[in-house]
Write a protein that binds this ligand. Structure first.
Ligand code: HMG
Ligand code: MG
Length: 306
């Protein structure tokens, strides 16, 4: 039995744009969020409160958060690596924060400059402070299948990080295939380990599509009853500390799959494709998404460019 309804978290404004070399104006980021919520997205990962030296593209975090016209019922989340980031994020009123850890020591060092154990020590006070302030806390478990530096990752590592996150009070975990090397059985094994510490309602899949396996991995997780997935409009993105990794699975592609399976998302595919076409135009390229390109190709040229 597949779930009858799935929630998609569009991480395009954050994961999608964080690695973009060219400057992207805050006004464009804000408009992207507006287009996503107008298309029916109810969860958007807007930005990250990380060091601007490490990720310059996210330096306008507060400006972007301040510029959003919030819709009731939409959850706006931000990434936070430490207390400094949390303190900067709080005045911008996120509904949810995301702490991000990894299954591999090497990736943890490259991405957040500390060991896995140190990252958990940093996340503990952040999680406590967020929960005391009524802000939900998600944890991203990076490199849940493979690491750009250490290669294949054993599912035991996923279980370890899920357990550590659970112990410090993180309320939800996202099993992330950072470099998109996962295939369905391996992703199921990773997800199964997270499910030993979290209920089905509090796990999600976050799949980069580097090797074209992300949709298959979404389907494999649906078969386990998982019903929350991250995805990125237009297939934008990549992680600056995972060389060669491409963007998340495109939100349009996941929506097309889900609607085809008779699963509700509350998302208007045409409006989402418009958003994908628009942001890709801003960046001067075509969407990576197969579905966006197929839908746009059927439209009159002027409309596709709008
Ligand atoms: P560090 O250099 O070890 O930090 O970086 P530090 O505590 O030693 O401080 C050094 C300087 O950074 C100080 O400034 C701090 O104030 C400043 P100075 O006194 O030298 O002028 N600083 C900060 N500034 C702004 N915001 C902050 C902050 N913290 C310290 N929050 C740190 C450690 C974690 C900050 C750094 O490594 C960092 O920012 N890393 C973020 C990397 C990142 O954003 N990666 C991409 C997101 S993760 C991802 O994409 C994966 C995911 O999608 C899931 C998946 O696909 O796997 C989530
Ligand atoms: Mg990611």
């Amino acid at each position: 039995m597949l779930p009858s309804r799935v929630s998609l978290v569009d991480v395009g404004p954050r994961d999608g744009l964080q690695n973009e070399r060219q400057p992207v104006a805050a006004t464009h980021k804000i408009e992207l969020v507006h287009r996503l919520q107008a298309a029916g997205l109810r969860e958007v990962e807007v930005t990250s409160f990380v060091s601007p030296r490490w990720v310059p593209q996210m330096a306008d975090n507060a400006e972007v958060m301040a510029g959003i016209h919030r819709r009731p019922g939409v959850r706006y989340s931000v990434l936070v690596p430490n207390l400094k980031g949390f303190e900067a994020a709080v005045p911008t009123q996120p509904d949810e924060i995301v702490v991000f850890g990894a299954c591999s020591e090497a990736f943890s060092q490259k991405n957040i400059n500390c060991s896995i154990a140190e990252s958990i020590e940093r996340f503990a006070p952040v999680t406590a402070a967020a929960r005391a302030a009524g802000i939900k806390v998600r944890g991203a478990i990076s490199c849940a299948v493979g690491c750009p530096y250490e290669g294949d990752i054993h599912p035991d590592r996923v279980e370890l990080v899920a357990r550590l996150m659970h112990e410090i009070g993180v309320q939800h975990v996202g099993v992330a295939d950072t470099i998109g090397v996962g295939t369905p059985r391996r992703v199921q094994a990773a997800m199964e380990r997270a499910l030993r510490h979290y209920p089905l309602d509090e796990v999600s899949g976050h799949f980069h599509d580097t090797y074209g396996q992300a949709l298959a991995n979404v389907h494999a997780c649906l078969q386990m009853g998982v019903h929350v997935f991250d995805a990125s409009v237009g297939g934008l993105g990549g992680c600056p500390y995972a060389k060669g990794a491409t963007g998340n699975v495109a939100t349009e592609d996941v929506v097309f799959l889900l609607h085809g399976l008779g699963i509700e998302t509350g998302i208007d595919l045409d409006a989402l494709v418009d958003a994908a076409g628009w942001i890709s135009g801003v960046l001067g390229r075509k969407p990576v998404s197969r579905v966006a390109n197929a839908v746009l190709a059927k439209r009159p040229t002027a409309e596709a460019a709008a």
